[in-house]
Write a protein that binds this ligand. Structure first.
Ligand code: DC
Length: 231
């Protein structure tokens, strides 16, 4: 583990704003970004493509270990371009169906283990913002700053709805609320790496905060901890 490189972990449930906040903070700091949820989504998506059963832990772990993926930075954009087996996957891994399959795949210990080192390899100078569920607890337990974002189920469903509609993906608010509650239950109750704040995490309830307020708060916490950050 390259523990000389600073890490900020941002964990929390679906729709807590982690993805947006992490991307903006990484951009402001000029740090690398790990979107660990994308890895679980890619395993679920690739499993569908290769007809691997979502209950076949051995086959899924093997597929995850050899996952052929690259994350390309698009200059000036907060989103990265993701290539699976050489092909851009884009919106295909962002659907609710893929998120739900990812949540099932992510409950399998051997799949998580297969992805562990790949996630740690993102820790490169000058620093890393790691977005996920177990970044502060399992993947980067030695991270200097750990944030845990939460928001009510209703608020998270509203945000997800808006996000999906903006991306041109159709959505239904009541269904989203139900799915988010179910996914929360699966992510927090699983035996391996359950979703929970690290003992040393700062918990931020973002229900009543806008994106800029959360970004400013996270940057302020980073400035307390790290020297020489860009303004
Ligand atoms: O953040 P996301 O919605 O893209 O994540 C998709 C699923 O992957 C989510 O239901 C839980 C799982 N996940 C995980 O178990 N651990 C992570 N570090 C990131 C995501």
């Amino acid at each position: 583990m390259n523990s000389a490189v600073p890490v900020l972990t941002v964990d929390g449930p679906s729709g807590s704003g982690k993805g947006t906040i992490s991307a903006l903070v990484a951009q402001r700091l000029g740090w690398h970004l790990l979107d660990s949820g994308a890895l679980y989504r890619l395993v679920a998506f690739g499993a569908g493509r290769h007809q691997i059963d979502l209950a076949d832990e051995t086959a899924l772990a093997e597929y995850a270990a050899g996952l052929d993926v690259s994350f390309e930075l698009v200059p000036g954009a907060t989103e990265v371009r993701i290539l699976l087996e050489g092909e851009p996957v884009g919106a295909a891994i962002r659907t609710e169906a893929c998120g739900n399959s990812a949540s099932r795949v992510a409950a399998l210990g051997r799949v998580r283990e297969a992805l562990l080192q790949r996630q740690r390899d993102f820790r490169q100078p000058p620093g890393l913002v790691a977005d996920g569920r177990d970044m502060g607890t399992v993947v980067f337990p030695d991270a200097e700053v750990k944030i845990f974002l939460t928001a009510s189920v209703e608020e998270r469903a509203r945000r997800r709805y808006k996000q999906l509609i903006e991306k041109g993906i159709s959505a239904n608010l009541a269904d989203l609320m139900k799915e988010i509650a179910e996914r929360d239950a699966r992510d927090t109750q699983r035996a391996v790496s359950p979703l929970k704040p690290a003992a040393d995490a700062v918990v931020l309830d973002t229900s009543e905060m806008n994106i800029n307020e959360v970004v400013d708060k996270v940057l302020a916490l980073c400035r307390e901890r790290f020297d020489n950050l860009p303004q």
